[in-house]
Ligand binder design. Sequence first.
Ligand SMILES: [Zn+2]
Length: 359
Amino acid sequence: METNEPCSLNVDLHVKYFNRCTSLMPQDYTSLDTSRLMLAYFALSGLDLLGAVDKVVSPENKKHWIEWIYAQQIHPDERPELKDQSLGRCGFRGSPFMGAPHDPHACSTPFTAYDASHVTMSYTALLTLIILGDDLSRVDRAAVAAGIKALQLPSGSFVDSLGNEEHDLRFVFSACAVSFLIRDWSGIDQDRIVEHILASQAFDGGFGRGPANEAHGGITYCALASLALMGRLDALDASSKKRCLEWCLFRQSSGFQGRPAKIPDTCYSFWVGASLHILGYYHLVDTKRDQEFLKTTETVWGGFGKYPGLPPDIMHSYLGLAAMALNGAHGVHGLHSSLNISAPTFERIKSQVVWWRDE
Ligand SMILES: [Zn+2]
């Protein structure tokens, strides 16, 4: 019988999967050691979407996580002659892969060649601290803003880390999310970002990594979420918005594909679904078919694989769950789509985070 009842998730199984990821991950993830903070965000934000952080992460473990994340913060060099030039390195690194000593209460970081923050690690560090109940009072806000500022290019785009050359809208999004969370936009030139985003809309309506690049579901999310966080969605004129809306809607077959002529992939139910949510047209998604596709990538170990039949991986597991949050499945909280955090935790920011609470 046809039914429009939202599907239910096996919450216990997913909680076990994400909880397992907080303590032990398969060897294949070793190469992602420099991005360990992002993996922690996927696991803990997954538990948060399932409403399980307080159930499975003990107060003592929460404290350990918070201390470990603060130990990844790169502060200015305390030597006066080096302080200014060290600001561009400030923010969060993904892990202590440079061999930095564990010091969560550090106020300065001695210069180590090649040690620099990564803008996406700063974004995931702040969100994970918030999920764990921290008020961000030990974040060096001015240094984080200065670190972001050093990453913006004259085009408006951002590199990921000081000294790197790779740049695209993924890092623009991370810079906007960090600025939004610390309530300090002094690190970025918003007008140049808006111009750059508008110039990155491809001929078919989606957004590419930069001007004249092929449109892509993940990048389209980054473009729209950046505009939403800056409060600049109205920079998209009616024609651009319509073309983007059509591009996103045409990505759905059962689940969503990331580009034309590709097969559906779990993560694009989030990237493209959240894009439609930001545009205000998520109601045009066939949520039943999307849920049916996601049920085929949900695994017996908990979590989601990229395609049906594949084992779970932490990124697709988190984004699959976030997509289920968007499409109203039972057992998962709602989602704040442009920050990619549970709706209840987003609400908590206003009373929990020091700059939101006191200003
Ligand atoms: Zn994917």
